[in-house]
Design a protein around this ligand. Structure first.
Ligand SMILES: [Zn+2]
Length: 114
């Protein structure tokens, strides 16, 4: 399995969920394997992180309403900053396309055929 891409874009603390949703879908659409990696910007404290998380969840709900096959996974990303490893949080957003229970958009997930 190939690595899950590299973090390359960020969402902002002040972005509206609807804007985040539109941007998320844009990223997914421009990726050949329908996979976008979104990194969570640096945050001051847990309150910041909580606020960001709830915005992101609202954004995902909006995006998912448009694309029922959307999935999201939290990734634990490791960054190098001044040569030191630093924890970052990244989110993988991916749109499945199911053919006979397999996703043909390049991810290893499978689905039971109803
Ligand atoms: Zn998939």
């Amino acid at each position: 399995m190939r690595p899950f891409g590299t973090p390359r874009r960020q969402i902002g603390l002040d972005d509206e969920p609807a804007d985040i949703a539109a941007w998320m879908l844009e990223l997914v659409d421009e990726s050949p394997d329908r996979l976008a990696i979104v990194t969570i910007p640096p945050h001051r404290d847990d309150d910041d992180l909580d606020a960001m998380e709830s915005r992101f969840i609202s954004a995902y709900d909006i995006a998912k309403a448009e694309r029922p096959n959307l999935s999201v996974k939290l990734l634990h990303a490791l960054d190098l900053h001044n040569g030191q490893p630093r924890d970052r949080i990244a989110v993988a957003v991916h749109e499945h396309k199911w053919v006979a229970g397999q996703c043909v958009n390049g991810c290893p997930d499978t689905r039971k055929e109803g």
